[in-house]
Design a protein around this ligand. Structure first.
Ligand code: SIN
Ligand code: FE
Length: 289
């Protein structure tokens, strides 16, 4: 299998003059890996990164673009420090994407920034929620009708622990394997789920098929073991970027990662034919949204 990870040198968040090779790699679902691009923390910020930072019962800390912070335990000072650190990451992640993929800039919508202080390897979850299984991102309650999910990750572990991912086969291979096994789309069921507010909007056939790929991959242990994949330990102090609705990925271990998601209208890609929507539409042979 051709490598699904492209290493990009450089240590300035704003200095990656856009490059056609990187753009097409990202839009083909590869991971852009920046080994020399740390998200720098002050000693005081590093000291915050302890499990006790997380409010009981929550998995992640989040901060939305209005500055609303959720999930932090601790006094006002800790809250302010965490908020400032996450705002800085949001800004650097935006700078990075703007310099790599300038045509996207005015169309990106930033999701809340996410800080993940828990250890992934020991988290207990149902198979469907278990991100240690290879999957493409698709969310049952949030149909997106093909809108892209672009994510910037930095490993900020203060003790040098890598964040270990597995990166799987190209999306087209995932789709060729799991599409024939997918349950048929039912418009009536989609309307019912919407009426019951199980979904936030009407689940399109595209959304249905993406969930079928997500579940098909995660529920198939043989696929998990035997499909083409590489294990990639992202070192502490590194950054990586991918379209997580397209890159087959699994997070195996690590703790203390910070992440920024952006949503991009699918028609704003450089290559319209490369999107999961375009690939699934070609394979299905009819429109999906
Ligand atoms: C995921 O998107 O599946 C998890 C990524 C991570 O926690 O490293
Ligand atoms: Fe994921």
């Amino acid at each position: 299998m051709e490598s699904q990870i492209l290493t990009v040198d450089g240590n300035q968040w704003d200095a990656f003059a856009s490059d056609a090779g990187w753009i097409s790699a990202a839009e083909d679902g590869k991971v852009l890996y920046f080994p020399q691009l740390p998200f720098e923390l002050s000693p005081a910020e590093q000291a915050l990164l302890r499990p006790e930072l997380l409010r009981q019962g929550v998995r992640n800390i989040s901060r939305d673009s209005k500055g609303q912070l959720k999930g932090v335990a601790g006094d006002e000072t800790a809250q302010a420090q965490v908020g400032a650190m996450m705002a800085r990451f949001a800004s650097q992640a935006t700078t990075l994407v703007d310099s790599l993929l300038p045509e996207y800039s005015q169309y990106l919508r930033a999701a809340p920034t996410s800080l993940r202080p828990t250890q992934v390897s020991t988290r207990r979850q149902s198979w469907r929620a278990d991100d240690r299984r290879l999957h493409v991102d698709a969310f049952p309650s949030r149909p997106n009708r093909g809108e892209r999910i672009l994510r910037v990750f930095s490993n900020i572990n203060p003790h040098g622990e890598p964040r270990v991912w597995r990166v799987g086969e190209p999306f087209v291979d995932v789709a060729r394997r799991f599409l024939p096994l997918a349950h048929r789309y039912s418009p009536a069921q989609a309307r019912l789920l919407n009426a019951l507010h199980v979904t936030k909007s009407l689940r399109s056939e595209y959304d249905h098929l993406m969930l079928q790929l997500h579940d098909g991959m995660k529920s198939d242990m043989r696929y998990q073991r035997e499909s083409a994949q590489v294990t990639m330990p992202f070192p502490s102090g590194s950054t990586w970027v991918c379209f997580s609705d397209q890159t087959a990925h699994a997070a195996m271990s690590g703790c203390n990662m910070i992440e920024q998601t952006f949503h991009l209208p699918v028609q704003r890609q450089y290559n319209l034919q490369a999107s999961p929507l375009a690939i699934l539409t070609r394979l299905a042979g009819h429109t999906l949204i």
